[in-house]
Design a protein around this ligand. Structure first.
Ligand code: GLC
Length: 454
């Protein structure tokens, strides 16, 4: 493993700057090839996935950034692998919880920024095969997820904190090249040895994500490049080459936009990044089921059901997906409180799923009322904030409404007059989380045109 003495150069002070870079990242362009729309079609219909952050950082249980945040020396952190023997790891149980949660695909951290690979990489000394577990967890995961009929996704971080070349590619050039070789090799391994992969979810690659190639400060120390100073050094991640190789081995795989190579979909991160409506570029909001970090934290509070469902509905109504993260415990189990919350989400979807799965966002743009989704001649108005008098007025659509009901419930009296569609929600129908009103249109809504709601 590279052992260049650089820790002293990277001061704690920098952590804040590093984290703050999330907000200012620039995005890789989206793919434009002829198969792009067909490749991502299943994923757009899926709408809901489960993210999993799990690795040796789960042992201290202070989040997946613990090595960086606490500036734990590389060789000391590496010893965690000797304690990694998750005796309750059961990939089928993970997939079972995911299915009960109503997700259609999963994404597991095959390797996070700390460098620990959950798969078999003979070229690295820091892998699950060489840990106390002596096991390839990615192999079991892929098998179980496939068997459960869910889309198989792997997260991979080209960034590896063990390599000073990530921070100072100009100074530690051979080390940066070593990092790039690891990236290329591990992507090849993941794409070659685990059967069909549906999603490769990159994080911490490319020039503009997570502060690649920062600035060396005069008195020593590392500082993230300011927003208006794109990386201008000579180091090239060669993402385009690595990603082309990946796509050749896995022609159906879809990728997010955290490398320099063209991506299939955009990532938005965290509850606050739910953002605006976009039905032109496929996108996904990733967020956590608990407050705090992505990796396991024993005391992390599970977010309320209403908050999580409104995010999922909010994403669908903005024409995006949601990828909801759980951080399993070091023993391999998903915390029961998190599993319970997923089951509750799954129960809600069991009843209301037709208003989410397979739908597209719109025709009405999000507004104070909530959001809308549609599928063929059905439109679902997700009333997230029911008006007190239960009278909801929306601008009329260019296609007539022929019937309105509360989903699985009572008829909703409605009137279409001039510019206005008036819906009278029946007494007692307002739901604190989401009152789903199902409208049947005289013709399918086939356009991507949207209707603003004042
Ligand atoms: C950030 C963090 C990381 C997490 C990821 C999920 O990039 O570095 O810990 O895995 O977001 O999107």
């Amino acid at each position: 493993m590279p052992s260049v003495p650089f820790r002293n150069k990277v001061s704690l002070f920098v952590l804040f700057l590093f984290s703050a870079s999330f907000l200012s990242a620039q995005w890789a362009p989206l793919v434009t090839d002829a198969d792009a729309a067909q490749r991502i079609a299943w994923w757009r219909e899926a709408r809901f996935g489960m993210f999993m952050h799990w690795g040796v950082y789960s042992i201290p249980g202070r989040g997946e950034w613990v090595q960086w945040a606490e500036q734990i020396p590389v060789d000391q952190y590496a010893k965690l692998a000797d304690q990694f023997h998750p005796e309750h790891f059961d990939a089928d149980a993970w997939a079972g919880i995911a299915k009960a949660g109503g997700v259609k695909y999963m994404v597991l951290t095959a390797r996070h920024h700390d460098g620990f690979a959950l798969f078999d990489d003979p070229g690295s000394s820091f892998t699950a095969m060489k840990s106390a577990a002596h096991h390839d967890f990615v192999a079991d995961y892929v098998k179980a997820v496939r068997k459960a009929g869910l889309g198989v996704g792997l997260y991979y971080s080209p960034l590896d904190w063990r390599f000073p070349g990530f921070f100072f590619p100009g100074i530690y050039q051979p080390n940066a090249i070593e990092l790039r070789e690891q990236y290329d090799r591990q992507i090849d391994e993941l794409a070659s040895h685990y059967g069909k992969l549906d999603i490769l979810w990159f994080d911490g690659g490319g020039n503009e994500w997570l502060g690649f190639g920062g600035i060396e400060q005069a008195g020593g120390g590392w500082q993230r490049r300011p927003k208006d100073k794109p990386y201008s050094g000579s180091f090239d991640w060669q993402d385009v080459k690595t990603v082309a190789h990946l796509r050749q081995l896995q022609p159906g795989v879809i990728l997010n936009d955290r490398t320099n190579a063209p991506a299939d979909f955009r990532s938005r991160e965290g509850d606050a990044a739910l953002g605006g409506f976009d039905n032109q570029h496929p996108w996904e909001l990733c967020t956590t089921i608990t407050e705090g970090a992505w990796g396991y934290q024993a005391s992390a509070k599970v977010k309320p059901l209403a908050q999580l469902l409104q995010l999922l509905v909010g994403a669908a109504g903005r024409d995006g997906n949601m990828l909801l993260n759980v951080g399993p415990r070091p023993d391999g189990q998903i915390d029961p409180a998190q599993a319970d919350r997923l089951r509750e989400i799954g129960q809600w979807l069991g009843v209301n799923g037709e208003s989410i799965y397979g739908t597209r966002g719109g025709p009405w743009l999000p507004g104070a009322y909530g959001v809308s989704t549609h599928n063929g001649n059905l439109v679902y108005v997700h009333v997230l904030h029911a008006p007190q008098n239960l009278v909801l007025t929306l601008p009329t659509l260019s296609v007539r409404v022929v019937k309105a009901t509360v989903l699985h419930g009572a008829e909703v009296p409605f009137q279409q007059m001039g510019e206005t569609l008036r819906l009278d929600l029946p007494a007692g129908s307002a739901d604190a989380i989401d009152t789903v009103v199902k409208l049947e249109l005289a013709e399918p809504w086939v356009t991507s045109a949207v209707v603003p709601v004042p």
